[in-house]
Design a protein around this ligand. Structure first.
Ligand SMILES: [Zn+2]
Ligand SMILES: [Zn+2]
Length: 317
């Protein structure tokens, strides 16, 4: 059973609730200029109609436009810039033009510079259970506690250890910067051609370029492919948690509660046991039983009376 999210504060469905606004912000961030088909999918997702959603996008764009501080200097757009004038297109073009070896070098350099750490997003595990108890659990097959602790584990830049970033972080690349020379040469030449001094790349796109051959689909504006986090964790750069998929699938992961575990808790003499594990609806057949593509979240049901009482007592604390 999925928890029902209330998106709208009024019956006419024109004003968002705070949950609704959070979801809309995420949608807007991922896809600020949706196609008609996207709009209809978004409307369905938000339980509204295309007209209302289109209006929400229009207003958001107007708001962003008026909020921008005016620059004194008149910006001259050169011919080269005219071809690529938005950051997303610019960064994907840059990544596409790297060869595979350079892409891997780029990824490794970034992960190393960011001093990335193992991280488990505890928002994605029920608070009623001590998470470390789960990781010790046994099971009939290979999907025991240890399997799930590895499966959940993100790779996160150290700076986000105590608080996750509100948006997916970007790496800033500067002309004449301090990247390894092979990469810096490419950056310099790209900046020269684009007549720019710097540009930004979404960090998870760098990982996807290095690990997912379908990355080039992102540059095709006609299809709505996006880089998506299976772990729904901003900043995660673990390649196993990143996929390229349709925008509406990416969107539906926010609401998904992830994998369902049926467990029996342990006691003084024995560790607990995972009785059953079921992939979420995003799992694809033949991908490790659906677990490879499942959302990295756990929904846990505890078996037997004693354990249920135990959980309740923890909740009361
Ligand atoms: Zn992750
Ligand atoms: Zn899912």
């Amino acid at each position: 059973m999925e928890e029902k999210i209330i998106y709208w504060a009024n019956t006419a469905k024109t004003k968002f609730t705070s949950d609704g606004l959070i979801t809309f912000n995420r949608i807007f961030k991922n896809n600020p200029t949706p196609t008609d088909e996207d709009l209809s999918n978004i409307a369905k997702e938000l339980e509204s109609d295309t007209k209302t959603i289109r209006e929400k996008f229009r207003r958001r764009h107007r708001h962003l436009k008026t909020r921008k501080t005016p620059t004194k200097k008149k910006v001259v757009i050169t011919k080269a810039e005219k071809n690529i004038n938005d950051d997303k297109q610019r960064s994907t073009t840059f990544l596409k033009n790297l060869n595979n070896r350079e892409a891997k070098l780029f990824m490794n350099y970034m992960i190393n510079e960011d001093k990335c750490i193992d991280y488990i997003n505890n928002h994605h595990v029920p608070k009623s259970i001590n998470i470390n108890d789960i990781w010790k659990m046994t099971s009939d097959d290979h999907r025991n506690g240890e399997y799930f602790s590895k499966w959940m584990r993100c790779l996160l830049p150290k700076e986000y250890e105590t608080s996750l970033p509100p948006h997916n972080p970007r790496l800033s690349l500067n002309k004449n910067g301090t990247m390894p020379s092979k990469l810096q040469d490419k950056i310099n030449s790209f900046c020269r051609k684009q007549t720019i001094a710097h540009f930004n790349i979404l960090k998870h796109h760098i990982v996807l370029r290095a690990t997912d051959p379908s990355f080039t689909n992102l540059t095709n504006r006609k299809n709505a492919k996006t880089g998506s986090h299976l772990c729904d964790t901003n900043g995660c750069v673990l390649s196993e948690h990143l996929v390229i998929e349709n925008f509406d699938i990416n969107l539906s992961r926010t609401r998904c509660q992830g994998v369902t575990l049926l467990v029996r808790l342990g006691n003084e003499t024995s560790v607990g046991r995972i009785i059953q594990a079921a992939a979420c609806r995003h799992g694809i057949i033949n991908d490790d039983g659906g677990f490879k593509n499942s959302c990295r979240k756990l929904k846990i049901y505890v078996q037997d009376e004693t354990s249920i009482n135990y959980c309740k007592s923890l909740l009361k604390k």
